[in-house]
Design a protein around this ligand. Sequence first.
Ligand SMILES: Nc1ncnc2c1ncn2[C@@H]1O[C@H](COP(=O)(O)OP(=O)(O)OP(=O)(O)O)[C@@H](O)[C@H]1O
Ligand SMILES: [Mg+2]
Length: 250
Amino acid sequence: MPEILTIKHLSKAYFDKTGILTAVKDFSLTVQKGEFIALLGPSGCGKSTILSIISGLIQQTDGEVLFADDIKTAYMLQSDQLFNWRTVYKNAILGLEVQNKLTEENIVRVENMLKDYGLYEFRNHYPSQLSGGMKQRAALIRTLALSPDLLLLDEPFSALDYQSRLAVSDDILRKIKKEEKTVIMVTHDISEAISAADRVVVLTGRPAEIKSIYDIHIPSETESLIKKRQTSEFSKYFDLIWKDLDIHVS
Ligand SMILES: Nc1ncnc2c1ncn2[C@@H]1O[C@H](COP(=O)(O)OP(=O)(O)OP(=O)(O)O)[C@@H](O)[C@H]1O
Ligand SMILES: [Mg+2]
């Protein structure tokens, strides 16, 4: 598999009135085309900072981010909001509109995604008329509408309660995996990371450094990510990662 992205010795320090805060330290990773990577780490460790640097939204203090030629990247920010004054359809085409890519072909693709994600009947509704899961799907379509080669997702399901989260994430992640896109997804949910990813990168507390990396191999008869959670391999990874994260309840 060809490499799509190489990150070398990435570091990020924020400077403000109170001094320096190091958010990311010596982070290196090579991502292959078609891989699904989960970045897993404790709250506030520097996960969003890493994605924002990869997307080019902010600058690293040190290190390199190298892309293969002509890679289109799309970034779904943590709590990416829909615009309340635009309909679902108008939200979905926003990125295309901004980038001046509202071609017939792209419009048809968005319409097909709206059908695929169960939102077509709601295309003329406003975000306030949607459930949390529907909003999340609409935000994802907006991100996917740009046909990215590399998809950066920051806690895409965090706004949902546990039960809808399981169903919505199972559904959406399967759809994304079917498209064989390259994905880097930030999460603090161990189960979500293991069930969705080919590789789980476990980060330390701030500053985010790589603690461990797991290649995930779960034999599964179905594509259901929920079913994967019931296998013994899943429990094995869960135990290892839980230990790595070193979570204390005080
Ligand atoms: N623009 C900024 N200026 C100063 N400090 C910042 C800035 N952005 C983030 N930080 C700090 O950097 C650290 C890492 O933040 P970041 O948002 O990357 O963590 P995270 O792992 O995504 O957190 P969460 O799990 O809460 O989403 C935090 O301590 C945060 O307060
Ligand atoms: Mg974050």
